[in-house]
Structures are given as C-alpha cells and as structure tokens.
Design a protein around this ligand. Structure first.
Ligand code: SF4
Length: 353
C-alpha cells in the first residue's frame, strides 16, 4: 500500500502543487510561521499576512525580540489572536532555551506554546524531513475516503492515524504530507471530489463504493449563540478612550472601546452605563448612537451597538493599558474587526458630541 500511494501521490504533488511563498523556503522558522497562520485559515487569506510577516521579521530572533503589540498589529485581521500570542511565547522559549534553533525532536517541539500534533508534524516533516504525520482536516477527509471510513469515531481516528503513520515514507515525508493536504485541498474536496483525475482513485474505497462525498459523515454544525453587545466611544476633545484587553482573554492584547454584553431585559443605554461604570468607574453621558454592526466569531456572533459618550465630571483613571487617541492614531493600535467596522461608521460631523 505504501508504494502504491507514495509514488502516484508524490508524482501528482510535484506536478500539480500550487506555488506558495512558504513552499519556496527551507527555513524552519518561516515554515513554522506559515503553519501557525494556516491553522483555521485559508491559504489565500494567509499569503499576504505571511509575506508581510517574513519581510518585517525575517529571522526567528527578530520576531522573538519584537513586542507582542507589534506582532499583533501585523496579525490584525487574521483572527484567532491566541495563535500570535502563543507563537511569540514559543519563539522566546526557542530563543532562550534552544539558542534560537527550533527543536527537531517531536516531544520538545510539541511542548512549545500553541504547538499541537498537526503543527509539530507539519513543521518537522517539511523543515527537517522527520517521518511524522501531519493530519489536518484535508488529510482526514482523503484518508477516510481511501480507507472507507464513514464515522470518525475516536477508534476510527486512531485507525486513520495508524495508517498514515505506516504510509509515510522515510524519504520525502514532508512532500508526502503536503501531497495529502494538497490533494484534499484541490481534488478530494468535501463536495463533488474530482475522482476521475485523482491519482489515488484505484486505491480508494469511497470511490469504489460510488459515493465518495458521503465519506466521512459530516458533524452537524452547532448553532452559534448570538449576543447583543454595547460599547461607548468616550470623547475628551478630539480624543477617545480605548483600553487593552487582558492577554489571557479572547482577543487578548487587542485594544477596544469599553462595553460588554447586554443582559436580559436591559436597554442598550442601561447596559452601556453599567459596563462603563464596571470597567472605568465613571457613569458616562451617552450622547448619540454611532451605529450597529454584526460580527461573527468562531463560536458566537454579536450585534454590536456603539454610542458616542463623554465623561460626566468624573475622569477615567490612567494606566498603561488605557489611553486616549485621535482617529488618526487608530493605525498604531490593534483592534478587533468589529471595532474597525464601527470606525468606518464614524464620520467627521459626528465627532462634536
Ligand atoms: S478517488 Fe475521489 S474520494 Fe478517493 S481520494 Fe481520490 S478524490 Fe478522494
């Protein structure tokens, strides 16, 4: 089975792989950057972010020594900011504990913040030619179809992993892993796989059973909860107040307006006053509504209502995680996408609140 899969897969991969900037490098650090960015994000989205990152931080040391604020700014818009925070922590560990050399031992690499089995397998097989599987969603689908696995039970996932482990060759393991991923991305796609041009069709059970798209069964998507969220743009002359989120929270390290979730039965204005009192210890004067936007995160979605406000005699205490900025300074801070949607609603005439 190994030769039967390996040879046609590698041949197909070498002739059909997409030209991607992170496939042009052998630098383990740059390969690692790309794999962190590719987690839960499409290739076409990642490319400009990857190019900007390696231009700004061409070496592991340069990124490890950078401030988290700078890295988050570069990551702005890519989402899942925990990846960036963990990557920064991991780079610092590599710099301090491993003298800047990414460990090529699976367990040591896996121990770094944010590194899971997939990332460890991908980086070590591609950068160091280690014979370790890298099983992402694409590989799971391809292998489930080849093996005729319909239900991805824990037992079947272990079976799938054992099979990839047996199949991965000692020569070219990186290309083998990338070949499976690329086949899943280009040919063995979730709906209407292109079996007629697939290099593995003669080995594929799902193809033989004539219903490849039914393999594996898709899990039903959970309905995302939806929340109503309010925020205040508190003005002091031509500046408004922003605060930095706790590093360990969702969107940690990003800057935002004060605000939060509206509770059941609460009006938007009451919720805003309560949240600003809790976060800034002042009761604001709410002037007028900036607007509302909708935004979807991975596990929930929000309706985001934003109001222009001013201080009511009391002033907001200062700290290094709180500041006042003008609209021209937005570009110097990293904000969640929902805040950028609000920025686009603010127009100059509304500034004089
Ligand atoms: S034959 Fe079809 S279902 Fe099987 S691996 Fe190839 S594309 Fe996927």
């Amino acid at each position: 089975m190994q030769i039967k899969i390996k040879n046609p897969l590698l041949h197909w991969y070498n002739n059909n792989k997409r030209t991607l900037p992170f496939r042009e490098t052998k630098d383990p650090y740059k390969i690692w950057v790309s794999e962190v960015m590719l987690q839960q994000t499409q290739v076409k989205t990642v490319i400009p972010f990857y190019n900007r990152w390696v231009k700004e931080y061409p070496t592991l040391k340069s990124a490890a020594d950078a401030s988290l604020d700078k890295l988050l700014k570069l990551w702005e818009g890519l989402g899942y900011y925990g990846r960036c925070r963990n990557f920064h922590k991991a780079l610092k560990i590599v710099e301090e504990k491993y003298e800047g050399e990414i460990p090529n031992n699976f367990d040591e690499f896996l121990n770094l913040p944010g590194v899971g089995e997939y990332t460890a397998g991908a980086v070590l097989s591609i950068a160091y030619q280690k014979c370790i599987p890298a099983i992402d969603g694409n590989v799971t689908r391809v292998m489930a179809r080849i093996l005729g696995i319909k239900n991805l039970t824990t037992k079947n996932q272990k079976r799938l992993k054992r099979n990839v482990q047996k199949l991965i060759p000692t020569i070219d393991p990186g290309n083998f892993n990338q070949g499976l991923m690329e086949l899943g991305a280009l040919i063995c796609i979730p709906i209407n796989p292109a079996c007629e041009i697939c290099p593995l069709s003669n080995l594929c059970k799902a193809y033989k059973y004539k219903e490849p798209a039914l393999y594996p069964h898709k899990k039903k998507k959970k309905v995302k909860p939806h929340y109503t969220v309010v925020a205040g743009i508190i003005w002091r002359d031509d500046k408004f107040f922003i605060q930095q989120r706790d590093e360990n929270a969702m969107l940690g390290g990003l800057w935002e307006f004060p605000g939060g979730k509206v509770e059941n039965g609460e009006s938007l204005e009451d919720a805003l006053s309560r949240e600003i009192k809790e976060e800034c210890n002042i009761v604001p004067i709410i002037k007028k509504k900036v607007g509302s936007v909708k935004h979807s995160y991975s596990h929930f979605s929000i309706s985001f209502h934003c109001f222009h406000c001013i201080e009511n005699g009391q002033t907001i205490n200062h700290s290094n995680r709180r500041t006042w900025i003008t609209l021209n300074e937005i570009g110097s801070f990293t904000f969640p996408k929902a805040n950028h949607k609000i920025f686009s609603l603010i127009n100059e005439t509304e500034l004089h609140v």
